[in-house]
Structures are given as structure tokens and as C-alpha cells.
Design a protein. Structure first.
Length: 73
């Protein structure tokens, strides 16, 4: 935590990531394919905000869909 605070104070470029738990099964129901289960060991911690402070495309499109009340794609 101290290392992070020091880097933030000194302006070291950084990204914001969504931390994904290690080796856990995540399941959801897909309207077409049914129950989908994936193990988090096959997924990286996803970058949400880039070093320039702007959101990645993947983050922005999810927020945009939510604001436009899009529920199915």
C-alpha cells in the first residue's frame, strides 16, 4: 500500500484494473446458450482506465449500453 501511495504522489503512470479472483468458477445464464461457466484462471485482470485517464473501449461501451438502457445485444 505504501508503494502505491508513493507512486501516486510522484506521478508514476498507472492503469486501473478490475481484479479477478484466482481459480474460481463464474456462472451466468445466457438466453441462447443456457448456463455458461468459466474459470477465472483463463481471464486476466481487465484494464478499465488507461494511463491517460480515459476508459478503455470495453469499459466505455458497457457504461454507454447501460445509460442507453440496452439490455440485450
Amino acid at each position: 500500500k505504501e508503494e502505491i501511495e508513493e507512486k501516486l504522489k510522484t506521478g508514476v503512470p498507472h492503469v486501473i484494473r478490475m481484479k479477478v479472483p484466482d481459480n474460481e468458477d463464474i456462472s451466468f445464464d445466457d438466453l441462447i446458450l443456457g448456463k455458461i461457466t468459466i474459470n477465472t484462471s483463463s481471464v486476466d485482470d481487465q484494464v478499465l482506465l488507461k494511463t491517460d485517464g480515459f476508459p478503455t473501449y470495453h469499459m466505455a461501451v458497457v457504461v454507454d449500453d447501460h445509460l442507453m438502457k440496452i439490455t440485450h445485444i
